[in-house]
Design a protein around this ligand. Structure first.
Ligand code: HEM
Length: 428
């Protein structure tokens, strides 16, 4: 199907109930019943869910038409996102989208960036383990999701800009301000979908719209300063070494195309990466640990596999264990891969998403889609459909991803849609 005019990363509603808001809180209150609270913080998305449920009872074309109508309401989404996302990949279309997609696919496949980002994620995971282990030894309750969010932000920030943010430490005044501005602006932008007066509020600069403006300024001031510093640094640098972080790499690229790749465009590209990667990774980790907690046998198997693959001794420290986690060793962890993929099947980080057709088309089941019409697909519901996954669709069973020899067996991206039906997802 000819695709993509808009895309909507609902995982970004990080304050929404789609994510396990606070697992420890939910566990202790025992209100959590093994499924997300499907309020989603958005009437629009709730409407989509209801339509999907209706689809169980009525014909597919009828539901698709309704979904299409709903999607056309979402046509305004670029306007909603622009103040924060600028011209970044989530808010653009056509040539600009293609340019960023190409740039990202190329950059993320380079050895330098892959090795650099692996090292960054490993280092930050080690810091996270140290923090969790201190709290565990002291028998102190902790909000795992909050820790994952901060650790993911630290990693993506470092990969994006090449500098430490230190959000996880919680003691850096600036990092705290940046993290709050980043999270709050995400939340406010997504709240616009259910606030029909957001434009009036923006015009008068009041309420949440005033807060959004303040938050975006904090983010922008910092990023533009960083870009200026990096530019100067690169100009003064005699030694041209291979650049590792995304900003430095894009700055090199901008020398070839200074008019288009200006500071604002660079800000937009990298900020969108951060938005794309932070909540999705942290949310998935939160669900994953929740699943391990609910399924002790799976947990045991994961631990055994890690022991086997790393040959780690008991009482090994976090730094040492992280050193053992090479790409080769990770490649041997088929069960872990299966357990994480199974988590994403049931709790996809982007639970619903939409696409709009750029020309008239016909879907494989015969439904006609006209140019400009949109369709929503719902990875969350698809992960639970018995006709797709079998009678045990709602069960958490990593084994479904393994062949007889225990080797991970990927599914078609049209069946497992957590990465929106693509094999080559940038952050995968
Ligand atoms: C569990 C982890 C993740 C999941 C499940 C996930 C899923 C998705 C989905 C479903 C979309 C499509 C949204 C749309 O445009 O309609 C998307 C887009 C995107 N994601 Fe992720 N993502 C994850 C992590 C990451 C990470 C770590 C990065 C990079 C640091 C990243 C970068 C992107 C980018 C750049 C796009 C926009 C791509 C485009 O429009 O072509 N993602 N992701």
């Amino acid at each position: 199907m000819p695709i993509i005019i808009y895309s909507c990363c609902t995982s970004l509603m990080q304050n929404s109930d789609t994510h396990p808001k606070n697992i420890s809180e939910k566990l202790s209150k025992e209100i959590y019943q093994d499924r997300p609270q499907f309020t989603m913080g958005s009437l629009l998305l709730s409407a989509a869910v209801i339509l999907l449920l209706i689809s169980l009872f009525v014909s597919t074309p009828f539901v698709l038409l309704l979904l299409g109508a709903l999607t056309s309401v979402l046509g305004a989404h670029i306007e909603i996102m622009r103040d924060l996302f600028g011209d970044g990949i989530f808010a653009v279309d056509g040539e600009k989208w293609r340019h960023q997609r190409k740039l990202a696919s190329y950059e993320f496949s380079t050895r330098v960036l892959r090795e650099y980002s692996s090292a960054v994620f490993r280092d930050n995971a080690t810091k996270l383990v140290a923090k969790v282990s201190t709290a565990a030894v002291a028998n102190r309750a902790m909000d795992l999701q909050d820790l994952f969010m901060k650790s993911a932000l630290d990693s993506i920030f470092k990969v994006g800009f090449g500098v430490e943010l230190n959000a996880l430490s919680g003691s850096d005044e600036f990092a705290n301000r940046f993290t709050k501005a980043f999270d709050d602006s995400n939340f406010i932008v997504f709240r616009r979908y259910v606030d029909m007066f957001w434009k009036v509020k923006r015009f008068f600069n009041i309420g949440l719209e005033a807060a959004l403006k303040r938050n975006v300024k904090i983010i922008d001031d910092f990023i533009f300063d960083l870009i200026r510093c990096k530019r100067e640094q690169m100009e003064n640098e005699k030694l041209v070494r291979e650049k590792e972080d995304i900003l430095s790499r894009f700055l090199m690229e901008s020398k070839r195309d200074p008019e288009n790749m200006n500071d604002r465009y660079l800000r937009d590209i990298i900020l969108n990466f951060m938005i794309a990667g932070k909540d999705t990774s942290a949310g998935t980790l939160t669900w994953f640990f929740y699943m391990l907690h609910k399924h002790p046998l799976v947990q045991d198997k994961v631990v055994h596999e890690i022991r086997d693959a790393t040959q780690a001794k008991d009482n090994i420290c976090a730094e040492e264990l992280s050193r053992l986690m090479t790409d080769d060793v990770l490649d041997r962890m088929h069960y872990l891969h299966a357990a994480i993929t199974e988590t994403l099947r049931l709790y996809p980080a982007v639970p619903t998403d939409g696409k709009m057709s750029v020309e008239d088309d016909v879907l494989p089941d015969g439904v006609e889609v006209k140019k400009g019409e949109g369709i929503n697909y719902m990875a969350y519901a698809m992960g639970r459909m018995t006709y797709i996954w079998g009678e045990d669709a709602v069960e958490y069973r990593p084994e479904r991803w393994l062949d007889e020899d225990g080797i991970f067996r990927p599914e078609s991206p049209f069946k497992f849609t957590a990465f929106q039906g693509r094999n080559l997802h940038t952050g995968k």
